[in-house]
Design a protein around this ligand. Sequence first.
Ligand SMILES: NC(=O)c1ccc[n+]([C@@H]2O[C@H](COP(=O)([O-])OP(=O)(O)OC[C@H]3O[C@@H](n4cnc5c(N)ncnc54)[C@H](OP(=O)(O)O)[C@@H]3O)[C@@H](O)[C@H]2O)c1
Length: 260
Amino acid sequence: MDLGLTGKVALITGGSKGIGLQTAINLAKEGVKVAICARNEENLNAAAERIKAETGEEVLTIVADVRNEADCQKAVNEAAEKYGQFDILVNNAGTSQAKPFDSVDTDLWRDDLDLKLFGAINCSKAAIPHMRKAGGGAIVNLTAVKGKTPTASSLPTSVSRAAGMALTKAMSKDLGADNIRVNTVCIGLIRSDQIEKKWKNVNPEMSWDEFSRKPEHGIPLGRIGDTVEAANVITFLVSDAASYLTGTSVNIDGGSSAVL
Ligand SMILES: NC(=O)c1ccc[n+]([C@@H]2O[C@H](COP(=O)([O-])OP(=O)(O)OC[C@H]3O[C@@H](n4cnc5c(N)ncnc54)[C@H](OP(=O)(O)O)[C@@H]3O)[C@@H](O)[C@H]2O)c1
């Protein structure tokens, strides 16, 4: 299947690690000109080296904090200037923040919304004028299944993620006429730094396979997912193969969520 991605230009926020890095690798393999942004420059450089080693492609790295609107403008504009157009935005930057209500102070509420909601808003605001100029584009917002089915001690992240889903749907309605598609992937458990930390905290002696397959995770497919399994769905959603999909959400959770 031709994904129609060759020659497109993409920015992946939080592209230095985990799902974001793997998405950058996937897109570079498909002939996309890729830019990645994150806060830590050393990790960005290491990611660029890995992408080069795996795909032979150079990527643009930009130090940016997506909580800051000016940084988002800079990241999008640098990618558009370097590559001459801008077509794809993957709003992936995020961290795990799941606590009981009483443990979340006002600063943490604001910081989580700044990162997960305003990060996506800031980058989308910067990207949309370029996409309109290009005749269309694709945005994928990373959210979490906890946004659909908030559990105890899932704050503030489940609330920030629910907001990200509403943002996705409303934007898809407003931007369809510009041929800009907006979708979300709702992540369950995917192996990455944040999940590996949890594994080591549970029991450093336990193998990854044993941890991944613990019945307590409640995953019908029986294991935690891999970054490639998330990046493959994101790659599809930003591609021409998904040209009639907008305003949708895809659970990437091995079946764990109780909702569609
Ligand atoms: N893995 C899971 O099971 C899971 C579950 C639910 C939701 N998610 C969501 O899926 C996305 C990817 O997850 P992941 O596990 O692959 O994450 P990860 O491995 O922890 O990587 C997170 C990336 O985001 C960047 N980042 C964090 N804060 C940032 C900021 N303020 N500005 C710019 N970049 C920032 C990090 O780089 P710097 O720290 O250098 O900035 C890093 O590149 C995240 O939004 C995460 O919350 C993941």
